[in-house]
Design a protein around this ligand. Sequence first.
Ligand SMILES: *Cc1c(COP(=O)(O)O)cnc(C)c1O
Length: 387
Amino acid sequence: MNIPFNKPSLLGNELQYAKEAVGNLKISGDGVFTAKCHEFMEEKFGIKKVLLTTSCTHALEMGFLLFNLSAGDEVIVPSYTFVSTANAFYLRGVKPVFVDIRPDTLNLDEKQIISKITKKTKAICPVHYAGVGCEMDTIMKIAHQYGLFVIEDAAQGVNAKYKDKYLGAIGHLGAYSFHETKNYSCGEGGAILINDEQLIERAEIIREKGTNRSKFFRGEVDKYTWVDIGSSYLPSDLLAAYLYAQFECREKIQEIRRNIFEYYSENLAEHAERGQLRLPYIPSDRSPNYHMFYIILPSASERDRIMYELKKAGILAIFHYLPLHTSPMGKKMGYQAGDLPITEDLAARILRLPFYNTLTRGEQDYIIAHLKKLLGHGTREKSLVLE
Ligand SMILES: *Cc1c(COP(=O)(O)O)cnc(C)c1O
């Protein structure tokens, strides 16, 4: 057996639509399929305005431009996240102010936000880890109270909900990723989600190299010209075609991933009861999208041992993230080990199991059997409590 960590899958009309896009003789951005993707997300996820981008990283960079941030400003972000959450802002001199995570959901700890706010703070960027929403009511309330912008890093949160709202539909802005490793994919891609109406017109301009070309295409102006700063953030319609086919399989993808997630959960529950591992925690008012399945082991050495043994059996289980505050860049900013204890502790004990749409029951049984063998039957002395 050789089970990768992730595998892209064709589930519907991906190739047919890509062929159609080529046949349309317009494979640059904002073609027929891009419009279909926009409409789909606006309608299904209740977002005022969606624009496809070349990546989630670029959607976050657009957030920097739309919020009119400048060098020296500060953005509050978790350290336990992908590098882009911080880099999209740091790139232009904005300081990421790292906050620790909650031990239960591994999302940024909303209770620690206020203590990090200074006169320079301009925005909060919550990351919905594993597609389980952050405490958005509290975060939006703080943002309102202190006059801060919120951009949701919902890279992993497409089609997941916090209470009755879809992730990405809550903050002033949001960002999705359609990278190969995400639930809905076109290889490389993303979207900026605009919930604050006042930001819509400028978002179109920034995405189109600082021009009013979108208005021109709609016939609202006779010529298009340079009106603001901007860059090239449009993906090809060929990618949008592929992505739209995946969107059409929304229910199928959700169902497949729910089954994989629940099968892991059910089979590992007895080990969780014995304190040999901890399973993902999903608060009752969150609807997840089953983006990933992780376990948390009692110690870093136990995590490393199990990861190594699984690899020997042909199973690629991996971990992430190396906390940003202890990375070489984080250290350059003055952070050091010990600053964010929960982030550091959990990052060293988490293990992500193979998870993709075409993972078979047979492969899952193989992974579970190996894991059970490695965990043994003993009870750990130190139980994995949430506090
Ligand atoms: C994947 C991911 C990103 C980056 O997405 P790209 O589309 O590859 O730029 C950003 N943040 C988080 C939390 C992610 O998981």
